[in-house]
Each structure stands twice: as structure tokens, then as C-alpha cells.
Design a protein around this ligand. Structure first.
Ligand SMILES: Cc1cc2nc3c(=O)[nH]c(=O)nc-3n(C[C@H](O)[C@H](O)[C@H](O)COP(=O)(O)O)c2cc1C
Length: 246
């Protein structure tokens, strides 16, 4: 199974999103998958200008000559296309959305209906067969991913793919914590991600039990969100003070 992860964080390898991707894909590799990470922030990707040249003038080929010339073939060759992003304004980052808009040359403009009678475009390529979505956010709750849960179901449906897994983490900055009291919880979550990556590849999806575990707060404390807010606010104050009095 070939998995390509398109990561829309400007922090690239240093990002909290990548911490998640690394753990998940280590598990996926253990289950036999071949994984490639693409950091979109490193690539020159022009915004779609909506000219539809890729449909009617030069079918399958965009007017822009940029990094998408190398990235579209990667999608066509992958079994799983992974979208990884920090949550920005309750949505995917602009870097990832810009890339997603540029996927339009991969579909035939003609319309068909899906199994529910709803319209979508025809696919040109057999692959990819699965979508994987990964995200983290700065607020502690899992509720902030409401938009992404809808979005990636729609994206998978529009691409005529199955959703292999969606993995979202509120309180994402805790994954990079150096606080010795909190580090074990981040490490524990990474172990869970590793197992989930292995399971997703081995079973072509996640069990309800794994999904439930992935949705648990990072700290097993009923006051987790309040602890997180207070801790984060303290760190913000320290940073502000540091910047005001260097
Ligand atoms: C422009 C911008 C918008 C953001 N919007 C949200 C948001 O709507 N909800 C949230 O919980 N966090 C939000 N965040 C916080 C990021 O999701 C968070 O810092 C995340 O850990 C960054 O991941 P990364 O290190 O992979 O880039 C936002 C951050 C930025 C810079």
C-alpha cells in the first residue's frame, strides 16, 4: 500500500501535525505500507484561477507550471492520499486548501450520481482509493474538528474514495511539551497513534474502540480543559513578558 501525506503546516517537520503523522506512519510502515511525506510549504503551488483549462483546453493539465506537475502524479500512484493540517480558523490551513483546489485536473468534468443519487464528477484514475486526514489544534477540546469531520467525509466522497481514518487532536501543542509531568501523556498518545497507523493499514480502517481511544483527552483528568487553559495562558504571559523585557 502506497501512502502519500500532504502536510499543510508551515512548521513542516517541526510542527505538531508532523508529530502525529510521524507516529501514525511509523505504525503504517510496520504494517507494510510505503509512506512519503510531502511538506507543501516547501513547494511552489499557485492558486487555482478557475479557468477550467484543465478540463476543456488541455484535459488533465493545468495552465500553471509549478510543483503540482510533480505532485499530481504522486496522487495518481498512491493508494491512500493523506491530508495533514493544523486547524486554522476551524478549517484546513490555506496552504492545504490551495493544494486541494489544484486537484481539479484529476477529475473528468462530466457528472454522475453516487449510490445516494447525489451528483459528483467522474473520476479519471482508479487511484487513490482511500483518504486519511490528520489534524491538531490549539484549543483542548475535540469539538473544534467539527468542520473537518464534515469536510473530509465530503472530500473522500467527491474523490470516490473511502475514508481510511481521520485522526484529530485537540491540545496539539502538548505533543511537543518538555514538561516532565506532561511528557508521559504525549508519549502515551504517540504509542496509540502508532498502533492506529498499523491498524488502519492492516484492517483498512479503525475499530470503534480505537476511534474512541483517539478521541479521549490527552490528560486523564476531568478538569483537563481548565488545566490546559491555565497552563497555556501562563506560558503566553511568560512569552509576552519575555518579549516586552528582553
Ligand atoms: C492562523 C491560525 C489559525 C488558527 N486557528 C485555530 C482554530 O480555529 N482553532 C484552534 O484550536 N487552533 C487554531 N490555531 C492553532 C493551531 O491549530 C495550533 O497552533 C497547531 O498546534 C499548529 O500545528 P502545527 O505545529 O503543525 O503547525 C490557529 C493557528 C493559526 C496560526
Amino acid at each position: 500500500m502506497r501512502i502519500t501525506i500532504f502536510n499543510g503546516s508551515p512548521h513542516k517537520e517541526q510542527g505538531n501535525t508532523h508529530i502525529m503523522v510521524e507516529a501514525l506512519t511509523a505504525g503504517a510502515r510496520e504494517a507494510g505500507a510505503e509512506v512519503e511525506n510531502v511538506f507543501l510549504a516547501d513547494r511552489e503551488i499557485n492558486p487555482c484561477i478557475g479557468c477550467f483549462a484543465c478540463w476543456f483546453k488541455t484535459p488533465g493539465r493545468c495552465i500553471h507550471r509549478d510543483a503540482m506537475d510533480q505532485l499530481l502524479p504522486k496522487i495518481v500512484e498512491s493508494d491512500v492520499i493523506g491530508f495533514a493540517t493544523p486547524l486554522y480558523v476551524d478549517n484546513v490551513s490555506g496552504i492545504l486548501k490551495n493544494f486541494m483546489d489544484r486537484l481539479i485536473p484529476l477529475v473528468d468534468p462530466h457528472m454522475e450520481t453516487d449510490e445516494h443519487g447525489e451528483t459528483r464528477h467522474l473520476r479519471i484514475h482508479e487511484k487513490p482509493r482511500y483518504v486519511l486526514s490528520v489534524s491538531n489544534c490549539g484549543f483542548p477540546e475535540q469539538s473544534h474538528f467539527e468542520v473537518l469531520r464534515v469536510l473530509f467525509r465530503r472530500v473522500a466522497r467527491n474523490m470516490n474514495c473511502r475514508l481510511l481514518a481521520e485522526v484529530y487532536r485537540g491540545g496539539g501543542p502538548l505533543l511537543a511539551t518538555t514538561d516532565p509531568d506532561l511528557r508521559p501523556f504525549a508519549e502515551q498518545y504517540k504509542v496509540l497513534l502508532h498502533a492506529a497507523g498499523k491498524e488502519a493499514v492492516g484492517h483498512l480502517g479503525l475499530s470503534h474502540e480505537t476511534i474512541e481511544r483517539l478521541e479521549q483527552p490527552l490528560l486523564p483528568d476531568p478538569n483537563y480543559a481548565e488545566i490546559y487553559r491555565q497552563r497555556t495562558n501562563r506560558r503566553f504571559d511568560e512569552r509576552l513578558a519575555g518579549e516586552a523585557n528582553p
